[in-house]
Design a protein around this ligand. Structure first.
Ligand SMILES: C[S@@+](CC[C@H](N)C(=O)[O-])C[C@H]1O[C@@H](n2cnc3c(N)ncnc32)[C@H](O)[C@@H]1O
Length: 289
């Protein structure tokens, strides 16, 4: 007979990490906060034990905590995630912040609820955050990975309510996924595309390269291929005024600004993440004079 407290102690010993042990046991128990503290000395149902055992084994084998838990927080959302999608990152939460600031600025210019496209949506983190946080926004989310779209659609169902009715999930490579009637009618294009070069995959932590989908991480030989596809294609789909917001790695900031200006954007800046490093290209097409 084991109590939750005892199971947490055993998990802590095997994982060597008290916080992770607590999260795993809480996930199995389906309790957090005051409820968890009140029930610590309750007997855990036997049927829970194999679930916990399997989670601890996966974590001991090196699988990222977020996949083992099966859900992770992103801004206001609790997203279901597994190995079909990238684990949503804190720097991307900040990219969404920049995208929302840009939408506010654009809306001041047009006065209408915006139409937004999220290219390479993965778990749906960016698209669903914008749908939930920006009143009236119509959001199109695309991915080339049908596996990822299954996860994104599950998260869309989890959001529910009015926000969910304003989101469309579409399958295909970058802009190929969008219906032609959106040409010239999108206010904001946002993307966290893959931005590693093939050779850089060897340098990233094995907990990333061994577990996360390679097509979510690697863009091609230079690492700029996906950023180029998103920025170069944006002109055709954007309304004027309209903007594109693209997450990148700090060393890509200079090349990305040059790329946007060469592609005909009126203005291009790179905004920082929470650690102050350049992280989000914000490029704007002004209203024609
Ligand atoms: C870095 S992940 C970002 C996932 C999610 N937006 C986030 O921020 O957590 C990049 C996503 O782009 C998708 N992707 C890669 N190549 C693509 C392509 N050619 N067209 C559309 N999506 C693509 C991957 O499947 C992956 O879901």
């Amino acid at each position: 007979v084991a109590t939750w407290r005892e199971l947490e102690r055993q998990a802590r010993e095997r994982l060597g990490n008290g916080q992770e042990a607590k999260w795993l046991v809480q996930q199995v128990a389906g309790r957090t906060g005051a409820e968890w503290l009140a029930d610590l000395d309750e007997r855990a149902p036997d049927r829970c034990l194999p679930f916990l055992e399997r989670m601890v084994e996966r974590r001991v084998a090196g699988e990222p905590l977020q996949y083992v838990l099966g859900s992770w927080g992103f801004r206001r959302l609790d997203l279901s995630i597994d190995r079909r999608v990238l684990i949503p990152r804190p720097e991307t939460e900040q990219v969404v912040e920049h995208a929302i600031a840009e939408l506010t600025r654009l809306r001041l210019a047009t006065g209408k609820p915006p139409r937004v496209v999220d290219l390479g949506t993965g778990s749906g983190a960016i698209a669903l955050s914008i749908a939930v946080e920006v009143a009236g926004a119509e959001v199109w989310a695309s991915d080339a990975s049908d596996d990822a779209l299954v996860v994104a659609r599950a998260n869309l169902a989890g959001v529910g309510g009015m926000a969910a009715t304003r989101v469309r999930m579409v399958s295909g490579r970058w802009y190929d996924a969008l219906p032609p009637e959106l040409v010239g009618r999108v206010d904001l294009i946002v993307s966290n595309p893959p931005y590693l070069a093939e050779s850089e995959l060897l340098d990233v932590d094995p907990s990333v390269s061994r577990w996360e989908p390679v097509e979510a991480l690697v863009a091609g030989p230079t690492g700029m291929e996906a950023i180029e596809a998103v920025v170069d294609g944006a002109q055709r789909w954007l309304r004027r005024p309209g903007s594109v917001v693209v997450e990148l790695a700090p060393p890509q900031a200079g090349p990305a600004v040059a790329l946007a200006l060469a592609a005909g954007f009126t203005r291009a800046v790179v905004r920082p993440d929470l650690t102050g490093r350049p992280r989000a290209l914000v490029a704007t097409l002004d209203r024609p004079p």
